[in-house]
Design a protein around this ligand. Structure first.
Ligand code: NAP
Ligand code: MG
Length: 533
């Protein structure tokens, strides 16, 4: 099996019809007292488990390294969430070997069995929902609803990709030539590297991993250094749900050493990455260079940053637009790739919009995530410094600080007030670069068409919204607003698996459309077989 040329993937009598149709996991209603109680209990339970040490898991075996890394709670930076083994370049080979060994049998395991693993994962997480959310509160500072949404999306990915794998295994035969039996099958690629970000530490990490393995691949999973615990927990769940050893190999390690070498390894067949533009482009370049012994072109699936805009037309309903912009800009402290970081507003409603935006934003609460504020912390001291630097620069470039702009000095965590900067001009730093924090630029435009032009004029193209009451402007946005995920009269965050396949244009990535009907194909190759009769 030296070259992973597995020809032999016969899905065999898959009956996806027995499954209930996919439905998104409902959100937890935290207005209900019993849910508040359950969440508080889960937080207490998890609090007692903080600070444990986790091993890397390679081929089902625990592995320790000399160097350690810690994941900390950004609401209380002295609180260690977990201690991890810090793998380096030398740890790549054993991890790839374990994945290669597991590929032999996993790639031949029926699609039905692989899908059933995902369905068991979904069920397990459903039963442990509050606890799972509590880990996210501690590890990355999500408030309760944001944490729940991340868990719900994880469950959705498991249910959706399980069904998608079954659907693709049943795909129709191609055109039949006379005198032949013609077949078309999807087979796995091989061993992949899954490299995940910290901001959707459950959903994106698990989504990329499950898509890869349900398609028959095996992987080395390298989570973000800021979110290693939830990834370790997820790998535990995979094991409990019956995943064979070596199918997912969990390796904590830094991006610049372990991650880098993993991408370069000649036996890595594909890289599934979500993260920043700079790292994504670096991976793209590394992966493009064939290494000695490499016999394929590596496939890269790269989902990167955004500079997402909401365009508010003069005829917009401001009762909808203002809360939509606030939710999109400041949910999870603006640390979503889909976050609105630019409100581009028709000059005829600009002043009124700004006044109402300020008023609503100033009502938002900021504080430790376990207390369930509107905004928790930003992820790290380094992020806080970068974000404050962007605010300072925006003001130097002529922006008006309308509200916020400071770190909370009386708190130990990495808190930044929700910040609005108006009079930002097209081309300004704050208008062009991804900040990844609670900072909203407000930009004046002379009309809707000008607003769309400004919205499109960055290197990114991930999400965007328009608020308007005009059918014509809606249609214009559909034609002209060049983003992977366009929303009309609603916020630009909160994509739902199945309904809003997710991925961006331009420097936002390869437009892989996670949670959509094309996604699993990125983890497969198609084989055409013609047999003469
Ligand atoms: P990041 O700094 O780019 O890191 C992402 C992952 O890449 C981490 O696991 C990181 O490891 C690893 N990495 C870093 N350098 C590497 C290298 N040289 N080789 C291999 N791996 C390397 O991104 P982040 O701060 O975690 O996440 C925030 C970014 O993700 C934002 O730009 C956001 O827009 C983007 N994002 C995009 C989407 C989307 O769907 N388009 C979704 C979510 C987030 P370490 O942690 O060890 O450095
Ligand atoms: Mg952390």
């Amino acid at each position: 099996m030296a070259n992973l040329q597995n020809n032999d993937i016969v899905p065999s009598n898959v009956e996806s019809s027995a499954l209930a149709p996919f439905k998104n996991e409902p959100f937890i209603d935290f207005k209900r007292a019993e849910n508040v109680r359950a969440m508080r209990e889960a937080l207490e339970k998890v609090r007692h488990q903080l600070g444990r040490e986790y091993e890397n898991v390679v081929g089902g075996r625990g592995v320790r390294t000399e160097n350690k890394a810690q994941s900390i709670n950004p609401s209380h930076p002295e609180q260690v969430v977990g201690t991890f083994q810090k793998a380096g370049a030398e740890d790549v080979q054993p991890a790839v070997d374990a994945a290669l060994a597991a590929f032999e049998s996993w790639s031949r395991t029926s699609v039905r069995e692989r899908a059933e693993l995902l369905f068991r994962v979904a069920q397990t997480l459903r039963e442990r929902k509050f606890e799972w959310a509590a880990w996210l509160v501690f590890e990355v500072g999500k408030n309760w609803a944001e944490a729940d949404a991340d868990v719900g999306e994880t469950i959705d990915f498991a249910e959706f990709y399980g069904r998608e794998a079954l659907r693709l295994a049943e795909s129709k035969p191609p055109i039949q030539l006379p005198g032949e039996r013609d077949e078309f099958r999807y087979i796995p690629l091989g061993v992949g590297a899954v490299i995940s970000p910290w901001n959707f530490p459950s959903a994106i990490m698990a989504g990329m991993t499950m898509a890869a393995i349900v398609s028959g691949n095996t992987v080395v999973l390298k989570p973000s250094g800021d979110a290693m615990t939830i990834a370790a927990k997820f790998c535990e769940v995979l094991g409990q749900c019956g995943m064979p050893d070596g199918v997912v190999n969990f390796v904590a390690g830094s991006g610049s050493s372990f991650g880098n070498e993993l991408v370069k390894h000649p036996r890595i067949r594909f890289i599934s990455f979500t993260g920043s533009k700079d790292v994504g482009l670096h991976i793209h370049e590394l992966a493009a260079k064939a290494q000695p012994g490499q016999i394929w072109i590596k496939r890269t699936i790269l989902e990167m940053g955004g500079k997402d805009a909401i365009v508010v037309a003069a005829d917009a309903d401001l009762d909808e637009a203002v809360p939509g912009v606030v939710a999109s800009a400041f949910g999870f402290s603006g640390q979503k790739c889909s976050a609105c970081s630019r409100a581009i507003v028709d000059e005829r409603v600009y002043e009124k919009f700004l006044e109402r935006l300020k008023e609503r934003t100033e009502k938002l609460t900021v504080g430790p995530a376990e207390e369930n504020p509107n905004l928790g912390p930003v992820i790290s001291a380094a992020a806080r410094k970068t974000i404050l630097g962007y605010i300072e620069k925006a003001v130097q470039e002529g922006g008006h600080l309308i509200t916020g702009g400071r770190a909370l000095e009386n708190q130990e965590g990495y808190f930044i007030e929700p910040t609005i900067i108006s009079e930002v001009e097209p081309g300004d730093t704050l208008e062009q670069q991804e900040v990844f924090g609670p900072v909203l630029a407000v930009i004046r435009c002379k009309d809707f068409s000008a607003g769309l032009r400004i919205a499109n004029d960055t290197e990114f193209g991930l999400t965007g919204s328009v608020y308007t009451s005009s059918e014509e402007k809606m249609a214009q946005a559909e034609r002209e607003f060049h983003v992977g995920n366009l929303y009309i009269n609603r916020k630009c965050t909160g994509a739902m698996v199945g309904a809003h396949p997710f991925g961006g244009f331009n420097m936002s990535g390869t437009d892989s459309k996670a949670g959509g009907p094309d996604y699993l194909l990125l983890f497969m190759q198609a084989k055409s077989i013609a047999r003469k009769l």
